[in-house]
Design a protein around this ligand. Structure first.
Ligand SMILES: [Zn+2]
Length: 244
């Protein structure tokens, strides 16, 4: 932070403040701790926003320095990732991160569901909007929070994962595009000797594409191409029938 104080933007402004504050605890390693410190010092919303921007820049540059961690919004304690859950209700109103102890009372009530924080993907976030009726704003705030906590990777750009089959060889490509799949298909077709067709698509990120490549590593041919093994075909059928 201190090295940023010459910058002319809001991050520089925050850095200069922090530099002047001789009691600023320099050993804090978590975003949430720094945020709470600043809030205790009476920092304004603008300063907290600058901190968020600065922190996102920092973890983008040094992803290995971030230990994913969560904080319970009920008791305020730091929660181990295995014990952190996202609790939400069927009405699309309540969306909060809790530890397992604090979520017990919520889950006694039928309208609440929960999901482990570490299982949250962009598909799940998208479903909170599409199926559970949460506002896009609420879900984006949650997503940002999870990024700041190091739980969601910053490279989790939302796009589309596609499964494309070569008609001749039956081989299947698992790929990712941030744009339109049809455009991607056209580009691929240009460099491919046989007719290609899209079998299925799903919302997803580059990270999720990588996870799929690992999942089907044993039937990988080369690059993003895979054998039309029944496991993969089953998976594609599931993707196809799932309502996103
Ligand atoms: Zn708690």
């Amino acid at each position: 932070m201190i090295f940023q104080k010459e910058r002319p933007d809001i991050i520089g402004y925050l850095a200069r403040d922090v530099d002047l504050d001789k009691s600023f605890p320099r050993d804090l390693v978590f975003f949430e701790e720094i945020k709470r410190y600043l809030e205790k010092q009476g920092a304004c919303i603008g300063a907290i926003d600058s901190l968020k921007e600065a922190w996102l820049e920092y973890i983008q540059q040094y992803p290995e320095r971030v230990t994913p961690s969560a904080w319970c919004s009920e008791c305020g304690r730091k929660v181990e990732l295995d014990n952190a859950v996202l609790v939400y209700d069927a009405e699309g109103l309540e969306l909060c991160v809790l530890d397992k102890e604090c979520c017990v009372d919520y889950l006694k009530r039928d309208e609440f569901s929960c999901i482990l924080l570490r299982d949250i993907s962009s598909v799940i976030l998208e479903n909170l909007v599409e199926k559970d009726g949460f506002s896009k704003y609420d879900v984006e705030e949650l997503e940002k929070q999870l990024k700041l906590w190091g739980i969601i990777s910053l490279n989790n750009d939302k796009g589309t994962i596609y499964f494309i089959k070569s008609d001749e060889t039956k081989e299947i490509k698992i790929g990712y595009t941030s744009g339109e799949v049809e455009k991607r298909l056209k580009t691929l077709q240009t460099g491919h000797p046989h007719k290609l067709q899209v079998l299925a698509t799903m919302p997803g990120s580059r990270d999720e594409e990588k996870t799929l490549h690992e999942k089907f590593a044993s039937i990988r041919l080369n690059g993003e191409w895979f054998k039309p093994h029944p496991d993969l075909l089953d998976f594609i059928a599931t993707v196809k029938n799932f309502k996103y």
